[in-house]
Design a protein around this ligand. Sequence first.
Ligand code: FES
Length: 167
Amino acid sequence: MTLKTEGYPKTWYPVAASSDLKRGQHQAVRAFGADWVLFRGISGEVGFLRRHCPHMGADLVQGGVCENGIECPLHGWRFSRMGTCDHIPSLKKSLPHIETESLPCHESFGVIFVFWGESPEYELPILPHLEGDLICSHVYKIELDTEFHTPCLNTFDLQHFERIHDR
Ligand code: FES
C-alpha cells in the first residue's frame, strides 16, 4: 500500500516502551497526525497499523490480538503486521490484496520504534558495545510534535547553546 509521508521526515520514531506492551496486548497511538494501533503478537513481534479498519472503519483498538495480527471487532477480519488481510471469517479465507497502512517496526534499548515510510531507508543505529542496560537504563515518555532527532540533539549537544543561543 502506498503511504503518503508528507509532513514528517522519513526516519525512526519511538512510539512506546517495550515494557508497556506484553505478548497479546495492543494500545492506541496518536502519531504523524493520525490514529494507529500498536500490538505485540504471540511470537513477540510488534505491529503498527492504522487504527480504523479498511472494511467499514471499525476501531481496531476495540478488537484484539490474534496470533501475530489483530482482529477487527465488527466482522472479525484479521490483519497481519504487514497490514494485509489474513482472514475473513465469512469467506473462510484470506484476501491479501486488501490492506491497511502499516509502518515497519524495530525494537531496541527497551523502546519500540516505527519508521515513517513504507520501508526503512536505513537501519536504526546500533552500538553493539553499548547494547543492553548500558545505553538506556530508564525509558520515560514525553509527547512532542516534532521529529525524533531534534530533541535528541538538543539534549546532548550542549555546546551549541552558548554559540547559537548565547546561553
Ligand atoms: S469493519 Fe472491520 S471487518 Fe468489518
